[in-house]
Design a protein around this ligand. Structure first.
Ligand code: IPE
Ligand code: IPE
Ligand code: MG
Length: 241
């Protein structure tokens, strides 16, 4: 418990393949994936993880077939409705990051409601990346910074790693210490490119609907064995212990 990651980010991947292997439609896999979300949220909160970021829908996912996108949006509304009270009870606050302008009015309204209703939760912050793209997020940050310089609210010389970090959607969230991707794919898929600079990456073959608490513990245990050097030498790390 002494080296618990404060922030865990997850790319929940493999719902479609999970369904196909059972001769079912992709959306069946998404429905099953919600159960894995529940288990992961519980596992993280119970361990004492302070921030859990889940990649639920990328900006690129808008390019999927219309019926899959609309089924995913329906599932999103259903899940938010079903889980809001549980989140409140478990003292988990919800934050959503992403380009929400592309979501329907209805989804946006419900998200804002749940964010407001859960805002008092201090046990864990659940960050859902929805209609999210890291390049989009970084481009938005550039635009905000440029506007601040143009308006004279900021000097050119003030642009540095801290001010860029502060201009991102994750400005008040520490960088993830551990990033988990399921389904065997070993790529980042436009997720938290800036924030993952020194994150430990963990890949598992498990498809997302099969991911459970034990799998989460396994990833955390793997993280705990690693030496995080941040550019230093092993000897320096040992000396500071
Ligand atoms: C992850 O599962 C869920 C979303 C991206 C919305 P996929 O739908 O990507 O499933 P695979 O990767 O095709 O199996
Ligand atoms: C990444 O999964 C996005 C989410 C899990 C929401 P994808 O299935 O969209 O990623 P690629 O297309 O395989 O890289
Ligand atoms: Mg996928």
């Amino acid at each position: 418990m002494s080296r618990l990651p404060g922030h865990v980010a997850v790319i929940m991947d493999g719902n479609g393949r999970w369904a196909h292997r059972r001769g079912r439609e992709r959306i069946f896999g998404h429905h099953e994936g919600v159960k894995a979300v529940r288990k992961t949220v519980d596992a993280a909160a119970e361990l004492g993880v302070k921030y859990l970021t889940l990649y639920a829908f990328s900006k690129e996912n808008w390019n999927r077939p219309d019926e899959e996108v609309s089924a995913l949006m329906d599932l999103m509304i259903e899940s938010i409705n079903n889980e809001t009270n549980t989140l409140i009870k478990k003292e988990i606050s919800l934050q959503v990051i992403g380009d929400l302008s592309r979501l329907s009015e209805n989804v946006r309204k419900r998200l804002h409601q749940t964010m407001k209703l859960t805002s008092g939760g201090t046990r864990m912050r659940l960050v859902v990346a929805l209609s999210y793209s890291s390049r989009w997020e970084i481009s938005e940050a550039c635009r905000r910074i440029a506007a601040a310089v143009k308006d004279g609210r900021m000097n050119l010389n003030d642009i540095n790693e801290e001010t860029v970090t502060a201009s991102l959607a994750t400005s008040d969230i520490p960088d993830p210490e551990l990033m988990i991707r399921t389904s065997g794919e070993k790529r980042i898929s436009n997720f938290l490119l800036w924030q993952l600079a020194y994150t430990e990456l963990y890949f598992t073959e498990k498809l997302w609907p099969d991911f459970g608490k034990e799998d989460f513990y396994k990833a955390v245990a793997d993280f705990q064995k690693r030496e995080r050097r941040h550019g230093k030498t092993s000897e320096q790390i040992a000396d500071n212990r």
